[in-house]
Design a protein around this ligand. Structure first.
Ligand code: PLP
Length: 449
């Protein structure tokens, strides 16, 4: 291990220098991938020097998500204290299902969950878990809602038409999850949105009433804090009133921007969050931990146990359920995704998390100001969003983004809303500064010429 740790350090240093010297790795065409890099597996072992140089080739060619030219997806950058925690978690290699095997790491996960529950105004009966991704958090929420609606389904299967509601701009996982939980994709209603991409509550109400009239059974509403393309926030307060009136489970998908709960300045974007039945956030998005760190909490832990606990005497041999986290998790063996968030949180404090969140909104303001003061640009997005959507000189966003990538200039993606396709600059990397945002635009402009 000592030798490999030395090698790891050398490779990590190499990566850090590559991120600066070649922030967008030269892309390899898939047609020549296997000829360009020696990734084929063979019968014979590889000698150490070759092994090392192959690893360097791989590092060199791998897209650099922590570089200052990466604005492509809803994550990026590297919070070093969080990376440290994740490296430790890999070395410790616990499985989070029992206290016997994970010990203090269980406490670390519980502390995180308790803080988040308290912060959003859930009471003493609340609890949560860390799931393998935001999509799976949404899945767990939908499953809890299904069982809360009718607790015979988990044994007998679905026999009624259960209907779920989510806005047309919400994440695709909601529809996919409907097939997983057995209600079927066609039972997900797409609720209309306004120009900003926020759910239209009147349309939600209308569709619920139409479904009830047809004899269907509404059970679940998914609201979004930070929609995937525009970064819009649904109005939780208004939606929760509808959910209360019709007795529906309300989940708030905060995978993208749920971390606004840490900011005094921006937490108003999720006003009413205490009225939800469940809430999820991806710490690997706004908080910048390594992938993945997806947290779901629910107002009443009885729902978690109802949907996810199973007796297994080969597994649960010591300690009480509250410390045997396998009783509330989706999977059995579970990686420690808590430690990386804890090392970050412990070292910067809750105030530090707030600064991380605020900085991203600041960078988005910088980008919007730049766009608005330059007539070659058209802006499509709104205040209080860290997805800054725009077009430049009427050039096709798809062509522009693809060319920037193929010429190793910038990694940035595009999105579509209401028949407009635009570049989506995501200001989620907290290590980025104002001048990096400006140089993003300058690079783009110089490239177009
Ligand atoms: C990213 C995202 C998800 C999915 O999270 P994964 O961790 O990628 O599974 C769900 N909902 C929203 C709004 C997202 O932005």
């Amino acid at each position: 291990m000592h030798n490999d740790l030395k090698l790891f350090n050398e490779l990590a240093e190499f990566l850090l220098s590559e991120e600066v010297s070649q922030p967008v790795a030269i892309p390899i065409d898939t047609k020549v991938l296997y000829e360009t890099i020696d990734i084929e597996l063979k019968d014979e072992p590889t000698i150490d020097e070759t092994f090392k140089s192959t690893l360097k080739d791989i590092i060199k060619s791998t897209p650099k998500t922590a570089s200052k030219a990466f604005f492509n997806q809803l994550f990026g950058g590297r919070m070093s204290r969080a990376t440290l925690g994740d490296l430790l978690a890999v070395m410790l290699n616990n499985s989070m299902y029992t206290y016997k095997v994970a010990g203090v790491q269980v406490g670390i996960e519980k502390v995180i969950l308790q803080h988040i529950c308290k912060r959003i105004g859930y009471g003493d009966d609340s609890d949560g878990t860390i799931a393998p991704g935001g999509s799976m958090c949404n899945y767990m929420a939908m499953l809890m809602a299904r069982d809360a609606f009718d607790n015979t389904i988990r044994n007998e299967g679905v026999s009624n038409k259960l209907i779920a509601y989510t806005s047309e701009t919400s994440h695709y996982s909601v529809t996919k999850n409907a097939s997983f939980i057995g209600i079927g994709r066609h039972q997900v209603r797409s609720v209309k949105t306004n120009a900003k991409g926020e759910m239209l509550v009147e349309d939600l109400k209308l569709q619920i009433e139409q479904d009830i009239e047809k004899g269907f059974q509404p059970f679940f509403v998914n609201a979004t804090a930070g929609t995937t393309v525009l970064g819009a926030f649904d109005n939780v307060e208004q939606i929760s009133k509808v959910c209360q009136a019709y007795n529906l489970w309300l989940h708030l998908d905060g995978a993208y921007c749920g971390s606004v709960i840490f900011s005094k300045k921006y937490k108003h974007l999720v006003n009413g969050i205490e009225l939800t039945d469940s809430f999820s956030l991806n710490a690997h998005k706004m908080l910048g931990t390594p992938l993945g760190c997806s947290i779901i909490v629910t107002r009443d832990k009885a729902n978690l146990y109802q949907s996810f606990s199973n007796e297994a005497d080969y597994l649960y041999q010591t300690n009480d359920d509250a410390f045997n986290l396998g009783k509330t998790s989706l999977q059995c063996g579970r990686r420690n995704d808590a430690l990386k968030l804890w090392t970050l949180w412990k070292s910067v404090g809750t105030n530090g998390l707030e600064q991380i969140v605020n900085h991203q909104f600041y960078l988005a303001d910088v980008a919007r100001d730049y766009i608005q003061s330059n007539s070659d640009y058209t802006l499509y997005s709104f205040d209080d969003s860290i997805s800054v959507c725009f077009n430049y000189k009427g050039i096709s966003a798809k062509t522009l983004c693809t060319n920037l990538y193929e010429h190793s200039k910038l990694m940035v993606g595009y999105g579509t809303y209401r028949n407009e396709t635009f570049v989506r600059l995501v200001t989620i990397n907290t290590q980025v500064e104002k001048n990096d945002i400006i140089s993003f635009f300058k690079t783009l402009e110089a490239f177009v010429g």
